[in-house]
Write a protein that binds this ligand. Sequence first.
Ligand code: ATP
Ligand code: MG
Ligand code: MG
Length: 350
Amino acid sequence: GSMIGIIGGGQLGRMLAMAAARLGYRLTVLDPDAGCPAAQVASEIIVASYDDVGALGRLAKSCDVVTYEFENVPVEPVRAAIGVALLYPPAEALEVAQDRVVEKAFLNGIDVETAEWRAVDSIEELGHALLDLGGDCILKTRRFGYDGKGQAIIRPNGPYADAFESLGSVPSILEKKVPFAYECSVIAARGTDGAVIAYDPAENVHSLGILRRSTVPGRVSPGVAEAAKAIAARIAERLGYVGVIGVEFFVLADDSLRVNEIAPRVHNSGHWTEAACAVSQFDQHVRAIAGLPLGDPVRHSDCVMENLIGDEIGRVAELLAEPETVVHLYGKAAARPGRKMGHFTRLARR
Ligand code: ATP
Ligand code: MG
Ligand code: MG
């Protein structure tokens, strides 16, 4: 059959590999770790770093389409290596999503509201930005942050030089803290023909910067759901996007929305779709990048998805005994603190 290449072999790559296999595709993974979670599922693995142009070139040569499971793929090596194959989602989406300043400027430029923000490259600029924005603020590195890493909260009139240095004194963004009532996210997909689908939003709860739980529909009203899906569709269209995209939102007390960030890939808050929908986010991504028709995002059940983080993997025996619970483990060896080991989805039939 045809070949799909994927840059990154973590749990997202593994779940994409499973979906690709089910649709009859062979999958090659490029990852520096031969023992990565996706290696157990992929047809082939190229062990190399993500910026290895030669290895990326070999991946592109052997595949019809190349995709990725994380937004920190270095754009220039990928651009240089991808000649014959298609890269989906396109490199432009990668460029927007991997730099928080470029991302927010893009969103505001298409009339999508975000937290108020300022680009910050020095302690002096940080001082000005804090006076400008006022109130509680969050300083984040522009690039490479995930699971709340590379962030520092700064209180009004509080010290701030340490915060900038604690992030490594790298180009950063200062965001005004959004007084949200709750958070939600939309998983959407856009096909090569421009067709867009969007799942109903999940209400998300984070703890220590890591996604804890996604509930569908949770507190998300039908009105908020429609507005959030429309914003996700607009973002996908303006990016000329192909594939699955995750859009994270803050929902204020008056039901107005601010986009927190976008993820140009399948998203942890969409894992519930494998249990509650006929076509999961992983199937949807494979369909989109392979030029197949997208599936209906309707769900047969309301549900709650929870991550198994670190030693919570010890809950598995108890979860396996539950009748309406779908358990998914990533085959990772050691349970380090903060490491995502698996997730489970409890279904509530509608
Ligand atoms: P991810 O693993 O989702 O990529 P990340 O490291 O990119 O996480 P963010 O999504 O920017 O981090 O922030 C993590 C969490 O911190 C958010 O989901 C939200 O709970 C909180 N947060 C971040 N920015 C703000 C803000 N401007 N106002 C209020 N809360 C915020
Ligand atoms: Mg992020
Ligand atoms: Mg986030």
